[in-house]
Design a binder for this molecule. Structure first.
Ligand code: AMP
Ligand code: GLY
Length: 418
């Protein structure tokens, strides 16, 4: 099996890291990859993940027979459809199914049509109607969502009318939007791994989106994650499965679609039960970095079974440990930050204690690892309980140093008592 992972973030490093441990692989490539994936795979820097011809050429050149699509953009661009047409297996949904993430209007109408609990919302495509609606809600906290993909920057939660109108005006220049009821509760992420015929639910994860401790500061792509989430009891999971997950897969089938890939359910657990905030059609970042070290099954065997649509009979093995991921980011992130800082010390730990995944790193001409983005590393600690996992993660995070780096000190704390 020769595997190509598309993407360059920590999530893709974690996916490649799992594949790199499999004896069934005869080749592992990442396009374009980062300085971390460079250590375990061959990076294909010239391949553009969103350009089907570029991906297909690489598959032919290196005899790649399994493509794992990490991020959403290639999925929304239809790269999987083009790979399928070229006879190359790609793990990820087709363009039509990727609309569940790529269009908030589509996913909202899907949720409503299939009776999946979600926040009340209204759609707008012109500013006047939007402004009228917002003025009626003056003083209330509401959520504004851009319809199309926005790399985590398409959602505003606010009660400030000027900020809301400004955000909406910008979105409406070239897209439509939703005004959504603001829900309160706690958030959890559930992934379903789907082979196109059957699916399995993976351990629950939570990500920590605010930049600073105690959930203060602006939203980010995610500053940390835990897995599994202690407050997701069996009863709650059964409710999520019945009201959200099963109805989603029934809806997909009723709509005449199939889903192959990872379906991400972003949920708010409210006083009225679970409500679905969003679908993503791929693994989440940073949840994946916390989750994958807990999957004990060999990735080569697992994804061979997925390719053959034999997931139902695959004995998926999950560790009973706990995992906690701390993101080390560049000073200033998610606002303006500096790139190109040299990473001075890259520690090595035992994989069963601490695993470090890169994001946005590259090698300079002297082979130094340098930062190349906002979120630079995911440091994952593992342990028999969350307190040990947290200690391990923070020992690792303190060892990763570059100028002005920072991380949150309270990842996971609200979910467990030390
Ligand atoms: P989305 O891309 O739709 O998941 O939104 C990104 C983030 O915005 C979510 O993870 C939540 O933290 C927040 N959010 C989205 N929709 C709502 C809502 N209706 N009520 C409260 N928070 C929300
Ligand atoms: N962690 C949220 C996301 O991947 O979209």
């Amino acid at each position: 099996m020769k595997v190509l992972v598309l993407g360059s973030g920590s999530r893709e490093h974690a996916i490649a890291w799992k594949f790199s441990k499999s004896n069934l692989l005869s080749g592992l490539y990442v396009a374009p990859g980062n300085a971390g994936t460079e250590e375990i795979a061959e990076n294909l820097y010239d391949v553009d993940p969103c350009n089907s011809a570029s991906v297909i050429n690489a598959c032919k050149k290196y005899n790649i027979d399994f493509v794992f699509v990490g991020p959403e953009a290639p999925l929304a661009a239809g790269v999987v459809d083009d790979l399928d047409a070229a006879g190359i297996y790609a793990f990820g949904p087709c363009k039509a199914a990727a609309q569940l993430e790529a269009s908030k209007l589509y996913s909202k109408s899907f949720m409503n049509r299939h009776h999946i609990p979600t926040a009340y919302s209204e759609e707008f495509d012109n500013y006047k109607a939007f402004e009228r609606a917002v003025r009626k809600l003056e003083g209330k906290k509401i959520v504004i969502k851009k319809n199309g993909l926005a790399a985590g920057k398409g959602v505003l939660e606010s009660d400030n009318i000027d900020e809301i109108l400004e955000f909406g005006k910008n979105v409406l220049k070239d897209d439509t939007l939703l005004i959504e009821e603001f829900l309160t509760g706690w958030e959890v992420t559930i992934f379903a791994l789907c082979d196109g015929k059957d699916y399995v639910i993976l351990p629950s994860c939570a990500d920590f989106k605010k930049a600073y401790d105690n959930d203060k500061g602006p939203n980010t792509g995610g500053m940390g994650a835990i897995c599994p989430v202690p407050s997701v009891t069996k009863e709650l999971m059964a409710e999520i499965q019945e009201k959200v997950i099963d109805r989603t897969f029934e809806g997909i089938s009723d709509d005449g679609m199939t889903f192959k890939g990872i379906l991400y359910f972003g949920l708010m657990i409210t006083a009225d039960g679970p409500k679905l905030l969003e679908y993503n059609v791929r693994f989440g970042d940073p949840e994946t970095q916390a989750l994958l070290p807990l999957i004990e099954s060999d990735f080569g065997s697992l994804f061979n079974a997925v390719r053959k649509q034999e997931l139902k009979s695959f004995p998926l093995e999950i560790s009973n440990k706990y995992s906690l991921c701390v993101v080390v980011a560049a000073g200033g992130y998610p606002g303006a930050y500096k790139k190109g800082n040299i990473v001075h010390y890259m520690p090595r730990f035992r994989d069963d204690l601490v695993v470090i995944f890169h994001a946005s790193t590259k090698l300079d001409i002297d082979d130094n690892i340098i930062t190349n983005g906002g979120r630079c590393f995911s440091v994952v600690g593992l342990g028999e309980d969350f307190s040990i996992a947290s200690q391990n993660a923070y020992v690792g995070a303190h060892e990763v140093y570059f100028k002005d780096c920072f991380f949150r000190n309270d990842i996971g704390k609200k979910f467990f008592v030390e």
